[in-house]
Every structure is written in C-alpha cells, then in structure tokens.
Design a protein around this ligand. Structure first.
Ligand code: NAD
Length: 489
C-alpha cells in the first residue's frame, strides 16, 4: 500500500504494510473531533504474518544478535525517541487527547525504559556449581520466544515501551497489539526502531479489535508468552484464552487505589499531591488514587481544600502547555464516567465540585469530587477511569487499613503521615503492589510495578521483568573420563 502522510499501515517484518482486509479506520482527535488519521486494521491473517516474521527474526538475525549489540540498539532507539520528541508527543496528544504536560513526562519515562533495559542486559547470566561427584551444572538464560503484547489506550506510548524494552533486551521478538483507537505512537516507534537498525520482524505492530486480533494473538500456537495491560474483565478472558497453550503471562489490570491521609501530617504536601494523584491524565490511569481516605478530624477541612484545588485545575486544549487536564478518550467514555457520578449522587455522595458535562466540542469532563462517600458504594468499588475522586472518612489506623483493603483491586496505595513508623506499618499491611509514603509518584524504570489481587500478577519495569522474558535451561555435564553405566550393563 502507498501509505500517505495521514494513513498508517500495519507494521510487519520491518515495513508499513497493507492489511489483508484493506480496512482502514478513521481516527478523530478526542479533544476537537477533527479528523486525525486513517489506520489499517489487522485481521487474523495479518497476525499470522506478523507471528511468522517474529519467528523468522528470532531464529535468524535477532536471535544471533549478541547482548552488547541489543543494548546498543535499545540505546539507539532511546536516542531516536529523544530526537523525535516533539513529533511523538504531539502525535500522542492528538490521538489520546491528554495534556501535553503529561505526555512529555510519559515520553521521558519511555526513553528511560529503553535505557534501563539496555543496561539491565548485563544482568542476564546463568550460574554454575558442582552437583557432587563428577557432575557439573550450569544454567543458560534463553529468550522466552515470540511474545504477544497487548496495550490499552490510556498510555499508548509509555505502555508500548514498558512492553517492548524488557522483551527485546531478553532477546525475544514481539507482535504488539495497541488499542485500535490509539495505535499511532506505537506504529511510529516501530518505524524508528527499523531506522536505527532493529532487524525486520523483531518488532511488529498490529492494531485491531481486541476480541478478534488480540484474542487470535493470545491463542496463536506460534506465540510463547503474553504480556497484557488492560481491564480486569479482559485480563480474565486472556487467562482463559492463554490456558490451552500454557502461555507464560503477565497481567497488568485495573485498580481502585487508596490515598490515605492521616490528621498527624501537614496538608501542604498532601492536598496538592492528592489532587495530582487522581486528576493526572484526567484520571484515566490504572494507579489513579481514586479513593481518598481521610482521618475524621481532618475530613471537612481536607474536602474543602482538595475541592478548591481540583475545581481550579486548568481543563482544555491538550496542546496548551498550561493545561493540566485534557480531554477524555471519547464522548462515549465520558458518558460512562458521568454515569458513575450520577450513581454516586443516587448512592448519597455529595458532588462538591464538577459533575456536569460541559457544552462544546471534545470529550472534556471537569475534575469532580464525590464527598461523604462510603466504601461500600459502587463509586468506591468500581473503576471509574475518569477525573472523579471518591472521598471517604476513616476513624483510626485500623479502620484505614480495613477500608484500603476492602477492594478487589490492589495496584497502588499512598499514605500521608508525619509518623514514619506508621508509614512503614501501613506499607506492610496494605495489600498493593506499590505503596508510596509521603510522595505521590508511581512508576520508575527499575522499580517493579504490578498488582495484588485482581489488579493482576507479574511485574513490569523491574529487573525481575527481564527474567519473565527468559527461560532458564539447566545443563548437567559429566566431567568424568569414565563412561556412565547406570544399569550396570
Ligand atoms: P481493555 O481491557 O478494554 O483493552 C485493553 C487492550 O485489550 C486493548 O488493546 C483491547 O483491544 C484488547 N482486548 C480487548 N478485548 C480483548 C480480548 N478478548 N482478547 C485480547 N485482547 C483484547 O482496557 P482499556 O479500557 O483499553 O484500558 C483501561 C484498563 O486498563 C483499565 O482497567 C486500567 O486500569 C487498565 N490499565 C492497567 C495498567 C497497569 O499497569 N496495571 C496500566 C494501564 C491501564
């Protein structure tokens, strides 16, 4: 296919290519409704082609690429991301609708993810020790194989690097399926990877509908490992689909993370950080601290200050560097988010700020605070995935831990306290993959990130992630000159 400037093909075997069906999907900008691009949608045959290309690269040029060269290529891709920062960030903003201030931070992390795993390659090593007698054991770390990777629409650029970097560092090849609505940054990244020298077939990108293309990829007999980020409902389906082939799995799923604020601390840090923790990326974050738990004596004061800051956030043009909250991904998603706010009202929560659908173009929704809520309400138990905080009072430390843990999710938690012992105590008692004490940030290259409970299993971003893309092979050698004859024959 002649791919025009506005058109994107699939990325298979090192080049942009036409889909078997010839189908192109029209994408519009969530923030304006303006046409953005036309993108090829894959079908099962395209996945088959991509897996074949990934297999050929694994058994051919990529499989023969030594670790030092893999490291160099990952650094080269990081450099290419830096050199093309403006283009990539604007593409992501136009495609997802989120504020450029957020996207720049995500781009910076994307670069560091490649650099971290470029260095982490040095840690891939087997071990060796004598077993006893004349036997010697050594282990080999081998790539897990062809990896199917599926990412959601909320952080397409950053999530793509969470997936690609450890897989490529380990020597695997990849077929990655972005969400059909947000594939542009992943497709552009694959082009950059080809330009810096990744061999054809090492990285393949196949946008398309999840239940068709994603499901085919998960079930594909040519794929050894699956890494999935998305909702808990889809994660459960992926586990089922992967079970026939006994696929290795990493699942990064949903969250309803608590932000626990004790009355012993200063509000100067806790309030602005708590505002950021839910309204960053317009609340469309798996680890958004969407349940704000506040100790009773502080509750009314906190709600007033928190709501004032939330209501004053700058919502609007995502390309404006001053904007703090951009558009939601679509007006359909906004309907869903607003539906939860209506549910909160019906359940008896107070809408202190926000809670109305604005007039005009774009899928904007104001930062919304639902106060005087109870942890049993749907707005406290279900993932809203929008700029909506549910603020719940608690009585004491015991009560805070109980409420924090009364959730099917366990991705992240933040604790604000002036008492260091209490902070560390809660870090142990809250069931979550990451706990922040007196700081709001979540994900850093090198720090394992993932869920407890129905937020998934396996870790990304850490050194252990590299191991999840490797198989360990044990080799046992006889060092004796005498032949073995176990049956005494
Ligand atoms: P989703 O589960 O609807 O979709 C995620 C991806 O899965 C998309 O690419 C989609 O096309 C694909 N998919 C859908 N059905 C499929 C199927 N049957 N088989 C294979 N693939 C399928 O999730 P979403 O709405 O795009 O993303 C939001 C969710 O992702 C939220 O729940 C959020 O918490 C979660 N998330 C988690 C993390 C994390 O690291 N834990 C990070 C970001 C987002």
């Amino acid at each position: 296919m002649a791919v025009a400037t506005q058109d994107y093909g699939l990325f298979i075997n090192g080049e942009s290519t036409e889909p078997a069906s010839g189908e192109l999907r029209d994408l519009t900008e969530p923030a304006t409704g303006a046409p953005l691009a036309r993108v090829a949608m894959a079908k099962e045959q395209d996945v088959d082609r991509a897996v074949e290309a990934a297999r050929a690269a694994l058994e051919g040029p990529w499989g023969k690429t030594p670790p030092t060269e893999r490291s160099r290529l990952l650094h080269a891709l990081a450099d290419a991301l830096v050199a093309n920062r403006k283009e990539l960030c604007e593409l992501e903003v136009r495609n997802v609708g989120k504020a450029i201030s957020s996207v720049k931070a995500e781009h910076a992390q994307a670069v560091e993810n490649f650099r971290f795993y470029a260095s982490a390659i040095a840690s891939i090593a087997g071990r060796s020790n004598p077993i006893g007698g004349s036997l010697l054991f050594y282990s080999l770390k081998e790539p897990a194989g062809v990896c199917g990777q599926i990412v959601p629409w909320n952080y397409p650029l950053m999530m793509t690097t969470w997936k690609l970097a450890p897989a490529l560092a380990a020597g695997c090849t990849v077929v990655l399926k972005p969400d059909s609505a947000t594939p542009l940054s992943a497709l552009r990244m694959a082009e950059l990877a080809a330009e810096v020298g990744f061999p054809a077939g090492a990285i393949n990108i196949v946008p398309g509908p999840g239940p068709v293309v994603g499901a085919h990829l998960v079930r594909h007999p040519g794929v050894e490992k699956i890494a999935f980020t998305g909702s808990t409902a889809t994660g459960s389906e992926i586990m089922r689909l992967a079970s026939d082939g006994i696929k290795r799995l990493i699942l990064e799923l949903g969250g309803k993370s608590p932000n626990v604020i004790f009355a012993d601390g200063e509000l100067d840090d806790a309030v602005p950080s708590s505002v950021w923790s839910i309204y960053y990326s317009a609340g469309q974050s798996c680890e958004a601290r969407s349940r704000v738990l506040v100790e009773a004596p502080l509750y009314e004061d906190f709600v007033a200050k928190f709501s004032e800051l939330a209501g004053g956030l700058k919502v609007g043009d995502p390309l404006d560097p001053e904007t703090q909250v951009g558009s939601l991904i679509s007006t359909d998603h906004r309907e869903r988010v607003h539906g939860y706010v209506e549910t909160g009202r019906e359940e008896g929560a107070d809408v202190v700020t926000g809670g109305t659908v604005p007039e005009g173009d774009g899928a904007f929704y104001p930062p919304t605070v639902l106060a005087h809520a109870d942890n049993s309400m749907r707005i406290a138990q279900e993932e809203i995935f929008g700029p909506v905080a549910t603020v719940i009072p608690f009585e004491d430390e015991q009560d805070a831990v109980r409420i924090a843990n009364e959730s099917r999710y366990g991705l992240m938690a933040t604790v604000w306290t002036a008492d260091p012992e209490r902070g560390h105590r809660l870090a142990r008692r809250i069931k979550a993959g990451t706990v922040g004490i007196n700081m709001p940030y979540t994900a850093f290259p090198g720090i394992p990130f993932g869920g407890y409970k129905q937020s998934g299993f396996g870790r990304e971003l850490g050194l252990e992630t590299l191991d999840a893309y490797l198989e360990t092979k044990s080799v046992i050698v006889s060092t004796s000159p005498k032949p073995f004859n176990p049956f005494g024959l």
